[in-house]
Design a protein. Structure first.
Length: 130
């Protein structure tokens, strides 16, 4: 119901209440007028409920939409963080192994692994996930 229709309904209710004073107490016309006023009030109350429900649903929809957008943003951040952590978990050990292998090979230029330190490290060089 738009504002113009609400205004007309309120005016009609006011006019009916003002017309009650002109009717005889206990007459059938007065009881019919009272029933009509009650129906108009009920219509006004029902319309107010419908408007309030529509407003509440709109607010709830906006809240749900913003909540879903926030969850999507958080999931995206979490996905990028997890991907970065997995990539670092693979790349960093490979860099470490390559550095130590290069240093070990430079130290062991003769072709045999004579130092016990490099021999022990060489056995642990396995770029696999544990």
């Amino acid at each position: 119901m738009n504002d113009e229709t609400k205004g007309l309904l309120e005016e009609t209710i006011k006019e009916e209440i003002n017309n009650l004073t002109t009717l005889k107490t206990g007459s059938e016309e007065k009881s019919t007028a009272i029933e009509d006023i009650a129906k108009l009030y009920k219509l006004k109350i029902d319309e107010s409920k419908v408007v309030n429900d529509a407003q509440e649903k709109e607010i709830q929809r906006k809240t749900d939409t913003s909540l879903k957008e926030q969850q999507l943003t958080e999931q995206t951040k979490e996905r990028y963080f997890r991907f970065g952590a997995e990539a670092a978990g693979i790349i960093l050990p490979l860099i470490f192994y390559a550095t130590w292998m290069r240093k070990g090979f430079k130290f062991e230029e003769s072709g045999t692994f004579t130092s016990t330190t490099f021999r022990g490290l060489f056995q642990k060089f396995k770029p696999t996930k544990k």
